[in-house]
Design a protein around this ligand. Sequence first.
Ligand code: CP
Length: 356
Amino acid sequence: MEDGRLKLRNLIDIEDLSLEEWQELYALAREIIANPKNYAQALQGDVMASLFYEPSTRTNFSFQTAMLRLGGSVFGFADPNSSSTSKGETLKDTVKMVSSYADVIVMRSPKEGAAKAASLYSEVPVINAGDGGHMHPTQTLTDLTTIAMLRGGIENLNVGLCGDLKNGRTVHSLIKALAKFPGIRFYLIAPRDLAIPGYMVEYMKMRGTPFVEVTNLEATMPQLDVLYMTRIQRERFTDPLEYDRLKGVYVLTRSKLRTAKKDMLIMHPLPRVDEIAQDVDDDPRAVYFDQARYGMFARMALLMKMVEQGRKRPEPQIIGREPRCRNKNCITRTELYLPPLLKAEGTCCAFCDKEL
Ligand code: CP
């Protein structure tokens, strides 16, 4: 990092962001929170493209308001059927077009690896606003900002992650980020059928991050400094009966908080369905609505840093061929021209992280 500029050109996976870069972003977010009016023209004349191929309230609106509060402009879609995607246009062609109109692209997709695929063809920085059940790095910036603002730092914390740890992309990104901080221990609270994926277990083992996998929320509660609740991700289930069997498996109620620490943070990326009862909202430990607001400031800081990267012609890419990633939801299964990129010494797909 030189002169406060991030080395990172795109934000696809939170792992790509160094601790030093996080500190730079957080320092800027804090300044914006303290003096928002000082930044009202920071991105005047710049344009953000917002490509949402999947529903969103917080991420879409907080990015839009972040750009508007910085004096920039926004265009895009929240329904891909209103774009030429519905006529069969490839992601590559859409991105090549959009990147010639915009200064930064924010993209959400139900396909894992979609933002990485977009970044290969974009002339401007691409920000992953969620790709299938894979990653959600800007939710993690939101979460880190919330913890740092409300606890004064991120270290020596017992963090409970509860719910759908298999499909919850916010959890996968958050683990990767928190594992870089000292003294973090994870309590992974999930039924066996929604346990954290193998590649995330390998990640924690590889980094030497302490973690335990448990099923009982109440028994774990007294240990926790942060409880991060998540929704059972109905849209990721192929069998509706399986969803019906697992929904409602964890419901946090006020009475279950009796054994929790007095300063525990109750977080949730939202939206919630029924995993946090309404009677928890007024508990001073419940910070999930504050968390969503911190997300807007974190995204303001990120947009400023990303726009700073400027325009650059993408490298030529080879045209894809067999074998393809086995993950049916990987972007390489539908955008067949994508190069067959690998990571982890050729053992994983570089788009979706799944083992080959
Ligand atoms: N937390 C989050 O990603 O919410 P949305 O799906 O509403 O954007």
